[in-house]
Design a binder for this molecule. Structure first.
Ligand code: FES
Ligand SMILES: [Fe+2]
Length: 393
């Protein structure tokens, strides 16, 4: 829906200047561009957290020998699935002359570049053939690799482990994240939306408790007049924080309905975990609902929310949930489109207590993680113990 509005200007139109014989001036511009991209620290400036898994595309998008493209942390990727069913991800650039490999051909095993036909094994990205070589050539083809990234499929997403540029992969890459589920049978659905903002704005928007009554006013959820004082316990968890198990807001209709149906108390637990994940679990008797929202940096001025929810509540059909979910996401998206208008002019911003404390924790967690990686020391947690926050919403 809104996607068309948001996909502004990518990719930048650089190719227009490479017509006919390349003038000196054009050549210099191209070289400077290339140099800027390789400058050390440029990636750090973008404020991305490397060495984590990020969802790249929905599993269903990769069918047969199709190659699909995605961008994560400003890295263009080409993804596919081998004949044996293994998803793979490579940088969408041939190591020979840089043409996107996604223009090439995939036979279920190897990706063939569309320019000079070099072929790369899809899973290892190792070059297996350079058609122009003669029997006299000594070039060791097997020493050439395209850039590739670990890839895993979970919860209907193809996840890519984005190791920092210029670094080696760790000996063991952790498993890709999985949505917690609590029974054999359940319903599951996915939603996504793009936000024209830096990932930090997307994330603090996601965990912001004070915008609800103003942005998410709906007859089915709550009204502005239901605003009241809240008090919630938070506790530190590895790489994040938890809103301790509690009974959800009494001014939200769906929770009231759930309570009436099961006749038991409702508890909800909400976690935020670096780099970008909000997990929510709701339990009432045997009924459960579990959701995860991730905010993934595409570029420094564009991020995407991927939302997946699973539940065993028979009375909640998927279509109905999607209808409400889409309304919610659209409300957030519209707000962030407007916010981006303001942020273009670099205004001074503020974070206030207590409503913006989670945002402060996020920034502190992120800074502490980067510091611990830089110094090779243990990461310090910004929270020393449980904290009670109070706000009105
Ligand atoms: S650019 Fe890919 S084979 Fe030459
Ligand atoms: Fe929201």
């Amino acid at each position: 829906m809104q996607k068309a509005i948001l996909r502004f200007g990518w990719p930048p139109k650089r190719t227009a200047s490479i017509q006919g014989s390349m003038s000196e001036a054009v050549r210099t511009i191209l070289q400077e561009d290339g140099a800027a991209a390789k400058e050390p620290g440029r990636e750090a400036e973008a404020g991305f957290l490397w060495d984590f898994w990020y969802p790249a595309v929905r599993s269903a998008e990769i069918r047969g020998n199709r190659l699909v493209t995605a961008m994560l942390l400003e890295v263009p990727l080409v993804l596919g699935r081998t004949a044996e069913g293994h998803a793979f991800a490579m940088r969408d650039a041939c190591p020979h002359r840089g043409i996107p490999l996604s223009y090439g051909h995939f036979d279920g095993q190897t990706v063939e570049c569309s320019y000079h036909g070099w072929r790369f094994d899809a899973c290892t990205a190792r070059c297996v053939e350079i058609p122009s070589l003669t029997s006299q050539d000594k070039l060791k083809v097997e020493r050439i690799f395209a850039e590739h990234y670990p890839c895993g499929e979970r919860d209907g997403y193809v996840w890519v482990y984005m190791n920092a540029p210029g670094t080696r992969l760790p000996e063991t890459v952790p498993a890709a994240p999985a949505l917690p589920v609590f029974s054999k049978r359940y319903k599951i659905t996915h939603l996504d939306c793009e936000l024209p903002s830096h990932v930090d704005q997307g994330i603090i928007g996601l965990m912001d408790p004070a915008h609800g009554p103003f942005v998410h006013q709906s007859w089915f959820w709550r009204s502005k007049h239901s605003i009241h004082e809240k008090e919630k316990q938070f506790e530190p968890i590895p790489y994040g924080f938890r809103m301790s198990p509690h009974s959800p807001s009494s001014n939200s209709a769906p929770y009231q309905l759930l309570k009436r149906i099961t006749g038991e108390g409702v508890t909800t637990t909400i976690d935020f975990v670096l780099p970008n994940m909000r997990l929510e679990e709701i339990h009432s008797g045997k009924m459960w609902f579990s959701s995860r929202a991730t905010v993934t940096p595409v570029r420094r001025d564009l991020c995407r929310i991927d939302f997946v929810a699973a539940w065993n509540l028979q009375f909640l059909p998927v279509f109905l949930f999607r209808m409400f979910g889409k309304t919610f996401l659209r409300q957030d998206q519209e707000t962030m489109i407007r916010q981006a208008e303001g942020l273009k002019h670099d205004p001074k911003l503020m974070l206030i207590d207590d409503a913006d404390r989670p945002a402060k924790w996020y920034f502190a967690l992120k800074a502490n993680l980067q510091e611990s990686r830089r110094t090779g020391t243990k990461m310090e947690h910004p929270m020393t113990g449980p904290v009670t926050l109070r706000w009105r919403s």
